[in-house]
Design a protein around this ligand. Structure first.
Ligand code: KDG
Length: 338
C-alpha cells in the first residue's frame, strides 16, 4: 500500500511542478524608470537596486528597472507629478512631500509620534498605514510599501546645540512640508523649506546654518563636510514610500502587478534591515568625521516636545480626530499597552 501511496504522491508533485513551470506568466517586456533623491551610494540607492534585481529575477528579465539616483529625474514633488502624468513609472521619496497630494500623510510628520522602529513598522504596515497608501490611488499614485528613512537629528555649522533654547535663531532647512515648518518655528528656529537636492550647496554656502536628517543621510550626502555640530534629538521618524504611476499600473497584467508588489515587499524587508545596520555604522563614522556630537539630554528633549505640542493639535484638526485615534490605538497595541 505504501508504495502505491508514494508513487501517487510523486505523480501529484510532478503534475504541480509541471503545471507551475508551464503556467505562462502574462509578462510583457517593459522598461521601468525608477527615480530617487539620495546618492547612489546610500541606503536608499542600495534598496532601489535590490528592488530592480528582484523584479528582474521574478519576471525572467522581462521587466527591466532602470534606476536614476541623486534626483536626476527631479526632486520628490517633481517625480510625483511625473508619475501622476504617466511620464515616469516609479519612484521612492519622503511621505512628507506627499502632504500636498494627500493631506492625511501629515500624520507621520508629527514630532515624537513613534518611539522606536518596532512601533513604526507595526503602524505603517498595519491597517492605518495601508489605508493611507490606498488613498493615493484617487490621486493617480499607487503606494506599494513603506521603507525606512529613519529617526531625524539636527546638524548645524554655527554652534553646539545642547539645550532646547540653543535652537533659537538657527536658519534650519526643513522639508517642503507644513508640519516640519510649524515644528521648527515652534521650537524657535528660522525654518526654511527647501528641496533635498539643493541642500548640500545651501549648507556649503551658508545659505542655511543647518538641517535635520537621519545619520545615514548625513553620511551618504557628506553633510559632515559642511556641518560642524551634530545634535542627537530623534525628534521624528521619517518613512519613505515606494510609488508607481497609476496610469501605468492600470495597464499592467495581474502577473506583472504581483511581481512588482512581491518585489516591493521583499525590498522593504531588505531596506529596513540594511538601513538599521547602516545607521549604527554611520554614527560611528560621524564620530571620527570631525563633527562635534552632542546627545540632547532628555530634560531638554522634553522642552522640545512641549514647544512642539501645538503642532500635533493642528495636524489632528487637518487629518481628523478619527485617523489620529486609529494611529494612537495602533501605537498602543505595538507598545503592548492597549
Ligand atoms: O529625495 C529625498 C527624499 O527621499 C528624502 O531623503 C527626503 O528626508 C528627506 C529630506 O530631508 O528631504
Amino acid at each position: 500500500m505504501n508504495k502505491l501511496l508514494m508513487s501517487a504522491a510523486v505523480a501529484a508533485l510532478a503534475l504541480v511542478a509541471g503545471a507551475s513551470a508551464s503556467y505562462a506568466q502574462n509578462v510583457q517586456p517593459r522598461l521601468i524608470r525608477f527615480g530617487y533623491g539620495l546618492n547612489e551610494d546610500s541606503n536608499q540607492g542600495r534598496a532601489v537596486r535590490f528592488f530592480a534585481e528582484e523584479v528582474k529575477k521574478r519576471s525572467g528579465d522581462k521587466l527591466k528597472v532602470r534606476t536614476f539616483g541623486a534626483a536626476t529625474l527631479g526632486p520628490d514633488v517633481q517625480m510625483q507629478n511625473a508619475l501622476i502624468g504617466g511620464a515616469q513609472e516609479m519612484m521612492v521619496g519622503s511621505t512628507a512631500t506627499l502632504v500636498g497630494t494627500v493631506k492625511e500623510f501629515a500624520i507621520w510628520d508629527v514630532p515624537f509620534l513613534f518611539a522606536n522602529e518596532k512601533e513604526a513598522d507595526a503602524v505603517l504596515d498595519g491597517p492605518v498605514g495601508q489605508k493611507l497608501l490606498a488613498s493615493l490611488q484617487a490621486k493617480g499614485l499607487v503606494g506599494l510599501v513603506y521603507w525606512e528613512n529613519g529617526f531625524r537629528n539636527l546638524t548645524n555649522s554655527r554652534h553646539r546645540i545642547e539645550k532646547a533654547e540653543d535652537i533659537q535663531g538657527i536658519k534650519l532647512r526643513v522639508m517642503q512640508n507644513p508640519v516640519f515648518l510649524d515644528t521648527f518655528k515652534a521650537v524657535g528656529a528660522n525654518a526654511v523649506p527647501m528641496a533635498f537636492a539643493e541642500l548640500f550647496t545651501a549648507l556649503e554656502t551658508k545659505a542655511v546654518d543647518g538641517q535635520e536628517n537621519p545619520y545615514t543621510t548625513i553620511v551618504s550626502s557628506k553633510f559632515y563636510e559642511v556641518q560642524k555640530y551634530l545634535t542627537v534629538t530623534n525628534h521624528v521618524y521619517s518613512p519613505w514610500v515606494v510609488l508607481a504611476s497609476k496610469a501605468w499600473w492600470d495597464k499592467l497584467s495581474e502577473d506583472e502587478r504581483k511581481i512588482l508588489l512581491d518585489a516591493a515587499v521583499a525590498s522593504r524587508e531588505f531596506e529596513r534591515t540594511d538601513t538599521r545596520k547602516d545607521a549604527q555604522k554611520a554614527l560611528d563614522q560621524l564620530k571620527t568625521s570631525g563633527m562635534e556630537i552632542t546627545v540632547m539630554p532628555e530634560s531638554e528633549v522634553a522642552k522640545l516636545r512641549e514647544k512642539a505640542a501645538p503642532v500635533a493639535k493642528t495636524v489632528i484638526d487637518n487629518v481628523g480626530q478619527p485617523l489620529w485615534n486609529e494611529v494612537q490605538a495602533d501605537i498602543k497595541k505595538a507598545r503592548g499597552t492597549n
